[in-house]
Write a protein that binds this ligand. Structure first.
Ligand SMILES: [Fe+2]
Length: 270
């Protein structure tokens, strides 16, 4: 298993089949490599051995392979209107054995399949999974989410959220969305009613972390402030509530990190 070789093969797969001048394609390639870096960051933070660090990077490299075909065929990334890009990725890799060009050993196939097919689901279904399958399924979910904070802090708002900056700035927050957030719940897409609800649902990803590592990264990069500060909220109630959301989110992250540090400290002191 060799990540650098797999990366060369991945770049060839993109160059041979897709157009890097298409922004949708180039953004997903950038995202892919960023998720590889995140996976490495998390895997090392978890003190995984060399083999599992390498496997985490290869899973990250391949996790969105279905996105490119989805962009080519449908020109958008909406799974609910097109198809499930995670299942498509598994099909592309395993139906014609393309996977062997990225990793010669087949002993990781089931882990890779499960990690990719579960990476975009609302909840991770761990039934019948062994420890290593659970570990990698959790790890790619955290890594992917963490890079989405980078994307949300820099990319064009309309391309990501399908609503304009003005719509977000002028809209009010739905009560159910605000209550979900303040109860530390992730937000179900179809329950969002207003433009700013959509933005809040992105911040609520912080409530679905398996490990603290990604949250440490969000704190280091100040992503909560960056996401809240992207807009000049015109509605007074929205402005006040967005400030509460910001403070609550930052506190939740700090709490979780310090709790994790205490547990780690406790284990080390045993
Ligand atoms: Fe992704």
């Amino acid at each position: 298993m060799n990540y650098e070789e797999a990366k060369l093969r991945f770049q060839k797969f993109i160059d041979d089949n897709f157009d890097m001048n298409d922004k949708k394609v180039s953004h997903k390639v950038i995202h892919t490599y960023a998720v590889v870096d995140m996976s490495e960051y998390i895997a090392k933070d978890l003190n995984l051995d060399k083999e599992n660090v390498e496997l985490a990077k290869i899973i990250a490299l391949l996790h969105d392979i279905g996105r490119f075909e989805q962009a080519k065929e449908f020109d958008n990334f909406k799974d609910y209107e097109t198809l499930d890009h995670a299942s498509l990725g598994v099909k592309i890799l395993f139906d014609s054995n393309l996977i062997r060009e990225f990793i010669s050993d087949d002993k990781y196939d089931e882990i890779i399949k499960l990690a990719i097919s579960n990476h975009n689901k609302y909840q991770l279904n761990m039934e019948n999974m062994n420890d290593q399958e659970i570990l990698h399924s959790k790890l790619i979910r955290d890594a992917d989410k963490t890079d989405s904070f980078r994307v949300k802090s820099v990319d064009d708002v309309y391309t990501m959220a399908n609503v304009t900056k003005e719509e977000i700035e002028g809209s009010s927050i739905s009560d159910n969305i605000y209550n979900d957030f303040m109860s530390k719940r992730t937000i179900v897409s179809k329950e969002r009613k207003t433009a700013v609800d959509i933005w809040i649902s992105y911040i609520a990803f912080i409530f679905d972390y398996n490990f603290t590592s990604g949250l440490k990264y969000i704190k280091e990069k100040d992503y909560i402030n960056k996401l809240v500060n992207r807009f000049d909220y015109k509605n007074v109630d929205t402005k006040v509530k967005m400030d509460s959301i910001r403070n609550f989110a930052i506190n939740c992250i700090d709490e979780r990190i310090s709790m994790d540090d205490r547990i780690t400290g406790f284990i080390i002191s045993l």
